[in-house]
Every structure is written in structure tokens, then in C-alpha cells.
Design a protein around this ligand. Structure first.
Ligand code: ATP
Length: 399
């Protein structure tokens, strides 16, 4: 039996279904760019899917094709089980009939209308009755925490408040699908953090289906139920935040999702207790290497996956233990970044132990499942890693 959303729409199947979508642009110099290169995935009711990737990877183009603001060359998109665009079948339903709402980077508020009138705009355009509009506008303004701004004009409110108005306007129609195009990139860090939490809270409370574009990995990890990492118009990996952070399928995803250590290794086919045993600059180590392809690979590890303790003290029994010496310790507030030499190679270790300092002899521990072995696909590190590039370190590059 069909399940219904707040507006009576069928939420039984995927709310968004993208099949083999392609979009190519010809630049002024006649070169072509494949902005979308055979993209397929589905988004279920209530999911919060984040499209993540560096500038130019195709995030906005994909969002705009879902909204009907950009055309497709091939493929199809269905929303709530209904084909909205399919060039092969001559289908292209205009934006206003796709039953979705959008929130953009720029607030795009009408300066001559009050906050209430701006928020009421989409309802008016859909012919909703006056009484109902006024009820819904008051409700949504209270929901986003700005009921007192109802009669102000956009020129009289702050950037953060304007973005709350834009959020209210995106939610007032109560559409099942809400699309967000980098909505927080124009507001300062503090406001961004508050609004991000607010969007997450409203999503949980209202249960809409969200697709959210950002190049900010922290934003993606905080909001997403699933993240889709894009690269040059294609999907590089799609999965839960934990999947992408702990089990990246490539160097590109590994580096994009946060600080990481990287070292070359070779695999000769030896498997012990279900784990690949590989030769690394730190010695022969068991790692998580599902590809099991003989030859060269890369081994990644997150800085916080390592456990640091003074030499001679009892260990946490993480599996692998290696002696090292701290080269530098940088206090960063809630944690300390240690650069540790192990067998002549440097590893970045993130710890909460403030007692360890430069020059200390320590023992590093790590569980083999936190050593991520992947085929070296030669992919460059992501063009725009969110962590500073200094923290993407090649083991062996003594600096
Ligand atoms: P950003 O985070 O900078 O907005 P993005 O990941 O959203 O980037 P898109 O805006 O989707 O990337 O662009 C994808 C590619 O398509 C880029 O190479 C861009 O230059 C190109 N592109 C997008 N729109 C057009 C257009 N109208 N004409 C020509 N090229 C375009």
C-alpha cells in the first residue's frame, strides 16, 4: 500500500531517481566540458543526500537538472515516481510543476516585500487561500526562530536572519523534496554553524527529502544521511558519512573527507586471519585491503585512528604497536597534532593527550582495520581538500 507524505504524495518508492544523466557544455573556446557524465542514483523518502566535491565537479549542474533549471542531453529524472525529464521521450516538466522547493546561496529576497510577504510568495504563486497562507507563514517563521521579524524588510535584517527567511520560504510549501545549493557559504562561521544545526533539526522534525550541495566536508558529515562525492561530472563514491570517512574507495575520497596519512605499499598475496599482509615503510603490516590485488597499493590512515602513549606505559591493545619519536606537537584547542617519526617516516597523529611533547619517545598503536589499503589509481588528491594540504602527508616525505 502506498505511504503518503505531508501533502499526500506517494513516498513508497524513491523520491528522486536519476538514471544515466549526461550534460555537456561547449565553452567559448569550443572545448567541451562533461559537467554530468552518466550519473545514476536514487534518493529515498526522508533522506538527506549531500552532493560533495570541489569547485567545477558538477554539483550545481546536477541539482539544477533535478529542479528543471538546467537541461539534460541524455538520461532521465523521476520525482516521486513521475518522470519529470526524459529527452528520449520528449518529457520536460517545468520547475513550477515539479513540486519541489529550493534554497540558494544568495538569499534572493524581494527588497520591497516584508519578511512575511517574501515567505508567502511561493504559496501565493500556487493559489493557496489567504487564511491558509497567513497561518502557514506564521508557523514557519516560528519554526525557523524569527517570528518577530515578520514585518521587517530584507534591508533591515542581518545576513544570517535573511538566510533564515530564505529557509522559511523553502519550507513553507511543505514540499516533499527540498533542494539546497550551498545555502550557508555566504554567512560567517558562527552563523553557519547555528543555521546548519537548524537545518538538521528541521529536517528531522519535518522529514522532507533533501539534496544539499556543498564543498564543505564538515557540513556534509554533519548533515548527511548519505554523501555523494562527485569528481569531474561523475559519482566517485556514494554512501553514509561513516562509509566515506572510514572506507573511502580512492585517494580522491580519502583526502577530500579530511586529514589523512598516506604511504606506498606492496602486496604479495599473503593473507593471515582474513587480512592482507603488506610491505610498508613502517614494516610488514596487516591492513584492510578488499581488492587483494598483488603489487603496489596505497595505505591510508586517519590521524585520530592512531593511539599515542609514552614509551613503557601499558597499551590499549589496538593490534599494531610501533615505537616512534615526536618531532613536533601543535596544540589546537580540543586536540593536539603530533608529527611522529616511525622508522624514519613521519605520521600525523591527533590525540587529546596534552602531556606528550616534542622529543618524547612514544608508542603508536592502531587497529589493522583502520589501515585502509586501496589500489593506487593514480588519482590526484582532491583539488580542494578541506583539511589544510599540510595535513595530507605522504609517509616518507620528511619535512
Ligand atoms: P561550484 O562549487 O564552483 O559551484 P560545481 O561543482 O557546482 O562548482 P558546476 O557549476 O556544476 O560545478 O559546473 C560543472 C562544470 O560545468 C564546470 O566545469 C563548469 O565550468 C561547467 N559549466 C557549468 N555551467 C556552464 C555553462 N552554462 N556553460 C559552460 N560551462 C558550464
Amino acid at each position: 500500500m502506498a505511504r503518503r507524505d505531508r501533502t499526500g504524495g506517494d513516498v513508497t518508492g524513491p523520491q528522486i531517481r536519476i538514471d544515466g544523466v549526461r550534460r555537456q557544455f561547449v565553452r567559448r573556446d569550443k572545448t567541451t566540458v562533461r559537467a554530468l557524465d552518466d550519473i545514476s542514483f536514487s534518493v529515498e523518502h526522508g533522506e538527506f543526500l549531500v552532493l560533495l566535491g570541489p569547485s567545477g565537479c558538477g554539483k550545481s549542474t546536477l541539482l539544477r537538472t533535478i529542479a528543471g533549471l538546467e537541461q539534460l542531453d541524455a538520461g532521465s529524472i523521476s520525482l516521486q515516481g513521475r518522470a519529470v525529464v526524459d529527452p528520449a521521450r520528449g518529457i520536460d516538466i517545468p520547475t513550477e510543476r515539479r513540486r519541489l522547493s529550493m534554497m540558494f546561496q544568495s538569499y534572493a529576497l524581494w527588497p520591497h516585500l516584508t519578511v512575511s510577504q517574501n515567505v508567502a510568495y511561493p504559496l501565493k504563486a500556487r493559489g493557496v487561500k489567504r487564511g491558509e497562507i497567513s497561518r502557514r507563514v506564521s508557523d514557519v517563521l516560528a519554526m525557523v526562530g524569527i517570528p518577530e521579524l515578520a514585518s521587517q524588510h530584507p534591508g533591515q535584517i542581518s545576513g544570517g536572519q535573511a538566510q533564515r527567511v530564505a529557509l522559511a520560504r523553502a519550507l513553507v510549501s511543505r514540499d516533499e523534496i527540498v533542494l539546497f545549493d550551498e545555502p550557508l557559504s555566504n554567512v560567517d562561521a558562527k552563523v553557519r554553524e547555528t543555521l546548519r544545526a537548524e537545518i538538521g533539526r528541521l529536517h528531522k522534525a519535518s522529514g522532507f527529502t533533501a539534496v544539499y550541495v556543498t564543498h564543505d566536508q564538515e557540513e556534509a558529515l554533519t548533515l548527511a544521511t548519505r554523501i555523494c562525492v562527485m569528481r569531474q561530472g561523475a559519482v566517485q563514491q556514494i554512501g553514509t558519512p561513516e562509509d566515506l570517512y572510514d572506507r573511502p574507495n580512492s585517494r580522491y575520497v580519502a583526502t577530500f573527507m579530511g586529514s589523512i596519512n598516506e604511504m606506498p605499499a606492496t602486496f604479495d598475496g599473503t593473507v593471515v586471519d582474513g587480512r592482507a599482509i603488506v610491505d610498508t615503510p613502517l614494516g610488514r603490516l596487516p591492513v584492510d585491503y578488499p581488492a587483494r590485488q598483488n603489487g603496489e597499493l596505497v595505505v591510508f590512515s586517519r590521524p585520530e585512528a592512531w593511539d599515542a602513549r609514552p614509551a613503557g606505559s601499558a597499551g590499549a591493545g589496538r593490534g599494531i604497536e610501533l615505537p616512534g619519536r615526536v618531532n613536533s606537537a601543535t596544540f589546537l584547542g580540543s586536540f593536539v597534532d603530533l608529527r611522529v617519526f616511525v622508522s624514519g617516516h613521519e605520521i600525523l597523529v591527533r590525540t587529546m593527550d596534552r602531556t606528550i611533547g616534542a622529543g618524547d619517545d612514544i608508542v603508536l598503536g592502531i587497529s589493522p582495520d583502520r589501515l585502509i589499503g586501496r589500489v593506487d589509481d593514480g588519482a590526484p588528491v582532491a583539488e580542494e581538500p578541506v583539511a589544510d594540504t599540510a595535513s595530507v602527508m605522504a609517509v616518507g616525505s620528511r619535512s
